[in-house]
Design a protein around this ligand. Structure first.
Ligand code: RP5
Length: 173
């Protein structure tokens, strides 16, 4: 069974990173969580990444905030695909994390999702696994069908009851 490693720089990232775990759980994929800071625990971070393949991981999802070097450091130590999640920060709203992760220099790629886009990181990991796992591929196709059906249902309802009534019954985001 394919395994996804979800690693984050701090336990303060867990609230966001759990969204990736929840998606993987929903699809029945195997995953685990690790907290391991690239600057507070550099040797352990290197060890995690260097041994990831032999431990059976197929994809790593790495979330970090601020000078968010964790995904890049992980990618430096493994040729497994690494998906970076820029965590929203209080000082720079996560633009610092986004730029740190997305601007990896040539040679060591990190696939970067949106700020706090942990759920998409989970889905992208599933799409990578689906290259060889037919069960996950079928579930992904079903997931998309359901999303499309939900939008159509909303469109029908809007046309039926009109914008004012629709907005009244819409739950606030
Ligand atoms: C980063 O610094 C972590 O990924 C986290 O997003 C941020 C703040 O960490 P804490 O100070 O909350 O541990 O390394």
């Amino acid at each position: 069974m394919a395994k996804v490693g979800i690693i984050m720089g701090s336990d303060s990232d867990l609230g966001i990173m759990k969204e990736a775990g929840d998606i993987l759980q929903q699809f029945g994929a195997e995953y685990d969580y690790t907290v391991c800071s690239a600057h507070r625990l550099p040797a352990e971070t290197a060890e995690y990444a260097a041994t990831a393949m032999e431990k059976g991981y197929e994809v790593i999802i790495a979330g970090a905030g601020g000078a968010a070097h964790l995904p890049g450091v992980i990618a430096a130590y493994t040729v497994l695909p690494v998906i970076g999640v820029p965590i929203k920060t209080s000082t720079l709203s996560g633009v610092d994390s986004l730029y740190s992760i997305v601007q990896m220099p040539k040679g060591i790629p990190v696939a970067t999702v949106a700020i706090n886009g942990s759920a998409n990181a989970g889905l992208l990991a599933l799409q990578i696994i689906a290259l060889h796992d037919n069960d996950i591929r079928v579930k992904l196709l079903e997931y998309r069908k359901k999303m499309a059906a939900d939008v159509k249902k909303k469109d029908l309802s809007l046309k039926e009851i009109g914008a004012d009534a629709y907005l009244k019954q819409q739950s606030p985001k």
